[in-house]
Design a protein. Structure first.
Length: 295
């Protein structure tokens, strides 16, 4: 696995971070999260913020009370976030046992990829109204994984919906399975990720001996190809220059022989200097060359 962490100052103060990671194999949820390479697991350290919504990935995020704000929040989460957003409807207000974040129950590799939204009991109709644009619905007392925009190809809405989530402290096995299955689906990279991934690959310096050897071989092949192209180009222009000199010599001979002299056979000139030959022909045809005796 390769990972790169960059920090940049924000105009409003503070710092903006970008974490890019790439693995040679499909990421196993049981592997440690790349985020823990840079931040502590301590839940009191608030580094885990979703860039699109500003919400935490290791806690519970209550949906706004305003209906339009709910719709706007879920729309931004679907369009602009690469995290996995889960909406859980509370059939009734839970006690402390039902306030355990889903992230605490997930495999290590998924704990920092999931944003959990909680809809209050009275928000059942509102949240489903907001979810209409996304082609999914949350069951009463259940949960749904937000498919994202665009949704993964061939996604079955039933696979991201969980009919019941018991907020009594028990493990939500069905919800964990739905989140894990969704995390394995191919998804488009977020905006700007292509450039970050390219930079990670091209600027990576911690190479193994085999990677270093492969890199040098690619460079040698690239330089050899460039040298061959330069040699071909040089030969072509050398030949073109020779043909141009022949054409110029023929023109001078014809001009010295006078306007009535027989035109010499036109030499074949490659395309790079064909324009020059045509210009010389026009000059000879209009009689602008040196005048003969008595002219």
């Amino acid at each position: 696995m390769r990972a790169r962490f960059t920090l940049a100052p924000r105009s409003a103060g503070g710092q903006e971070w970008t974490l890019v990671a790439e693995a040679e194999e499909t990421w196993d949820p049981q592997w440690p999260s790349p985020a823990t390479m840079f931040w502590p697991e301590d839940p009191e350290v608030p580094w885990d913020r979703d860039a699109a919504t500003g919400l935490r990935m290791r806690g519970l995020n209550a949906l706004p009370e305003d209906d339009k704000a709910v719709r706007r929040l879920l729309r931004d989460a679907a369009r602009h976030s690469w995290q996995i957003h889960v909406v859980v409807h509370e059939a009734m207000t839970p006690d402390h046992r039902g306030r355990i974040p889903l992230a605490d129950r997930l495999p290590p590799g998924l704990r920092h990829r999931v944003v959990e939204h909680r809809a209050a009991p009275q928000q059942f109709r509102v949240v489903n109204w907001a979810l209409e644009d996304h082609g999914v619905q949350v069951p009463r007392g259940g949960a749904v994984v937000l498919p994202g925009i665009p949704a993964p190809p061939d996604l079955d809405p039933e696979t991201v919906s969980v009919r019941s989530v018991f907020l009594d402290g028990s493990e939500p096995a069905e919800l964990i399975a739905a989140v894990t299955a969704f995390a394995e689906l191919p998804r488009p990279l977020p905006a700007g990720a292509d450039q970050e991934l390219t930079a990670l690959r091209e600027e990576w310096r911690l190479l193994t001996l085999e990677e270093e050897l492969a890199r040098e071989r690619r460079l040698v092949a690239m330089y050899a190809e460039a040298l061959e192209a330069m040699t071909r180009s040089r030969d072509l222009y050398r030949e073109a220059a020779e043909r141009a000199n022949e054409a110029l010599a023929a023109y001078r001979e014809a001009a010295e022989a006078g306007p009535g002299a027989q035109r010499p056979a036109e030499p074949r000139v490659p395309s790079p200097l064909r324009g020059l030959t045509r210009t010389l022909e026009r000059l000879r045809g209009t009689g602008t060359g040196p005048a003969g005796p008595g002219g």
